[in-house]
Design a protein around this ligand. Sequence first.
Ligand SMILES: [Zn+2]
Length: 67
Amino acid sequence: MDIDSLLDTVKAKVACGQCGAESERTVGWLKANAASDCAACGAATDLTTPEWKARIQAYIDACTGFA
Ligand SMILES: [Zn+2]
């Protein structure tokens, strides 16, 4: 299995900064998108912040460790 396919199977939670609802996304989706819209209130969570970039990279590193 290649890394991109693997990342598309790994789920991560995105907590909305506005209402706190959690949206489930795959790591592959997070890697490919700059923002995540909340399923509950529609607020966009910016995925390009240093915090999110580090978090996404940590997921990717964890996945590549299994490959
Ligand atoms: Zn929300």
